[in-house]
Design a protein around this ligand. Structure first.
Ligand SMILES: Cc1cc2nc3c(=O)[nH]c(=O)nc-3n(C[C@H](O)[C@H](O)[C@H](O)COP(=O)(O)O)c2cc1C
Length: 237
C-alpha cells in the first residue's frame, strides 16, 4: 500500500486498463513489475513553496553537476518543487517558470520515480495545469533508462530521473525551422531551473544529453510527435 503520511493525495480514477505493447513492457532489468498502463491514475502533488532562505547568487555559486547520491528517498515536497521549477504554471494566463518562445510551451516533463517517499515506483507524466503526476506505467525503470543512456550509473542511483520531451510542431508551426533551436534553448532554461531548485533543497542533479532518443521514447511510451531531449538525474547528497 502507498504511504499516506505525506501531504500527498493519491486519486485513483478507475478506467479500463490498457495493456501496452511499447517498451514499458520489455525484458530488461527491473521489468518484473506489473506493466499495465492505467492512464487516468493521478497523484496530486503538494503545493510548491514560493519563498526560500537562500539567495540566487549563493545558489549559482554552489551549483554543480552531481553524479553520486545517497540511497535516501526524496519527499513528495521535493518532487513538487522540482517539477514546479521545471515547468510550473505561475500565472492565470498559463505562463510558466521557464520562458517559452511565443508562449507555445513545446516541452513535456516525465518522471522515472524509483525512490520517492509515498510515491509508487513508476513512470509519470507531469500535468502542469493540475500540478499532478499522471501514471504512464508501474515499476522501477531507472536501470532501463540508464541502459538507454550508455549505462550511466547516476540514472540508476538517482531517486528520480526527470526527462524533458518536446513536441516540436507546437513551436515550428509559428517559427518554422528556427523553432527547433528555440525548443532546445527552452529545455536549457527549464533544466537550469531544476538545477537551482535542487541546489536549495540539498539535492544533487546531473544533466544527461548522451542517450538514444528512440529507446527513451519507447520507455516513456511517447506518441510519435514527441521526442525526448534531456534527462536530469536527481538524488539526495
Ligand atoms: C547539454 C549537456 C549534456 C550533458 N550530458 C551529460 C552526460 O550525458 N553525462 C554526464 O555525466 N554529464 C553530462 N552533462 C554535465 C556536464 O558534464 C557538466 O555540466 C560539466 O562537466 C560542467 O560541470 P558543472 O555542471 O558541475 O558546472 C551535460 C551537460 C550539458 C549542458
Amino acid at each position: 500500500m502507498i504511504s499516506r503520511a505525506m501531504h500527498i493525495a493519491l486519486i485513483l480514477i478507475p478506467v479500463p486498463v490498457i495493456l501496452l505493447t511499447g517498451a514499458c513492457i520489455d525484458e530488461g532489468p527491473g521489468m518484473e513489475q506489473n506493466m499495465e498502463l492505467k492512464s487516468e491514475e493521478m497523484i496530486m502533488l503538494p503545493e510548491p513553496k514560493t519563498t526560500g532562505e537562500r539567495s540566487v547568487e549563493e545558489t549559482l555559486l554552489s551549483r554543480r553537476s552531481v553524479r553520486t547520491y545517497t540511497r535516501e528517498p526524496i519527499t513528495p515536497d521535493h518532487l513538487s518543487q522540482l517539477l514546479w521549477a521545471a515547468q510550473g504554471v505561475t500565472s492565470k494566463d498559463g505562463f510558466r517558470t521557464a520562458p517559452s518562445a511565443g508562449a507555445l510551451y513545446p516541452l513535456e516533463v516525465y518522471v522515472v520515480a524509483g525512490n520517492v517517499d509515498g510515491v509508487p515506483d513508476g513512470v509519470y507524466h507531469y500535468r502542469t495545469g493540475e500540478h499532478a503526476l499522471q501514471k504512464v506505467c508501474d515499476g522501477d525503470l531507472r536501470r532501463n533508462l540508464s541502459a538507454c543512456a550508455l549505462h550511466q550509473s547516476q540514472i540508476t542511483d538517482a531517486a528520480v530521473d526527470i526527462i524533458f520531451t518536446a513536441v516540436f510542431e507546437r513551436t515550428t508551426v509559428k517559427y518554422g525551422d528556427r523553432g527547433v533551436r528555440y525548443v532546445y534553448i527552452e529545455a536549457g532554461h527549464a533544466a537550469q531551473n531544476v538545477y537551482l531548485q535542487a541546489e536549495v533543497l540539498d539535492l544533487g542533479v546531473c544533466a544527461i544529453g548522451a542517450f538514444y532518443e528512440d529507446d527513451v521514447a519507447g520507455l516513456l511510451v511517447l506518441p510519435e510527435n514527441e521526442v525526448p531531449i534531456y534527462i536530469l538525474s536527481i538524488g539526495k547528497v
